[in-house]
Design a protein around this ligand. Sequence first.
Ligand code: ME8
Length: 520
Amino acid sequence: MTGSDKKRFYVTTPIYYVNDKPHIGHAYTTLACDVLARFKRLDGFEVMFLTGTDEHGQKVEKAATDKGVTPQAFTDSVSQNFRDLTSRMNFSNDDFIRTTEARHRAACQKLWSILLERGHITLGSYAGWYAVRDEAFYTETEIVDGKAPTGAPVEWVEEPSYFFNLSQWQEPLLEFYEANPDFVGPASRFNEVKSFVSGGLRDLSVSRASFSWGVPVPDDDAHVMYVWLDALTNYLTATGWPVDGDFGDKDRNERFWPADLHMVGKDILRFHAVYWPAFLMAAGLPLPKRVFAHGWWTNEGEKISKSLGNVIDPNLLAEEFGLDQTRYFLMREVPFGNDGDFSRRAMIHRMNGDLANDLGNLSQRVLSMIFKNCSGVMPALPATAAPEDSALLDAADAMLGKVRAHMDLQSFHEALRCIWEVVSDANKYVDTTAPWGLKKTDPVRMGEVLAVLAETIRQAAILVQPVMPGSASKILDQLGVADDQRGFDMLAGAGRIAAGVEISKPEPVFPRFVEEEGEV
Ligand code: ME8
């Protein structure tokens, strides 16, 4: 496929508040998007993968004041931490947006003007509860023991405010949900969204007048935009919207809007599945195709929080266990969508089991046998496959279809499970065919068996590239697979391991983790 008929995929992470350092939760969401972006690129899509930082609002302003620096200086430094994380975690984002950029201010002001012109924003006054930590308004009935339902402290706010007529969008939203049954995943979360909307919507305060760290409301300098209206707009800004503005990019916007997937944590689903589609409908703009809300990580059973001092730094995890091992663990350990608990024991278990023993050992054993017993030259697949060869090759060929179906539902754990089923089949095949014993008795058959195994490893390694790009590429290098032969168009029988290629002495790709005495 070329040019305009190319398949496209636009995936976004939430933009993170710059009030604090990035932690495992932020890395998790961006990793999930990175895996999807890499997967789609390998599957022939033109991809746009966006992440960035949410830099306005009272919470960030307060964090800057607490540090005694200006909000701009503060956001410059914290935003850089998030940008650094993207390179350390090997994230392949195509853009990194900051809401303090001029292109974003222009997009927010344009969206505001459209909503105003269409009569969806009007000036009034707000009196009610506000939680700075959540950057959210709460009604009296939502307050539990003097706190927001999330546990965040609230303060009473009374100020002039512009309102968006969210109450008018209840029916259109419900109709939209009905017509788009895959709009929110997982399904249980979609039900929560629907029941929230069915319960009735109140108009939403969309400006603040008691501080100034935000995008100014056009023609009314007394107000800055509510940080969530500002933040959500980032997804449009990055596509080059408004296309006729100073930062416009008509071609990019047409190629990538509407977004295919907004990936978020469950804490911010309401903003993405209710407010955002309502703003877009009101502005007459196309709606994103899907929002997926993943679960929440805890640390050894405890909520992760700065006050408990148990925040997990993803950089330290990658340093201790290895980057790809960390990426694999996060995508494999917890069914995506569910809450998950980080424990060293579970991390080491996955690292030593799935990686060192299963895939690592398979590839090291097979490559070493080819290196030693076949003079380092890749043997040929059997001209006529034995039943056990066909069984393994068929399982390898069937992986792409299964993995793709799971990826399209953001079931990363299932996608990986399908690959590891075949890895396990391959390990059993090694045991039953016992190629080491064939060296003397039937060297031709030995070569065939090793080629069947190398082909299975080739397909598995191509498919794990999105999750473990560095390690997969080492395995593919060792198998002698050329760089331009690593796309998914080389899977499912469309490509085969090339016989006659020379391989070099294999090195183990997945080391075992040995815990220091008494640590676990
Ligand atoms: O909400 N487990 O930013 P934020 C899993 N700026 N994911 C976690 C997590 C945890 N313990 N902690 C954080 C905001 N996350 C807004 C978003 S978007 C237009 C604006 C992840 O810095 C998860 O994705 O508070 C969650 O939704 C996000 O970080 C919240 O990041």
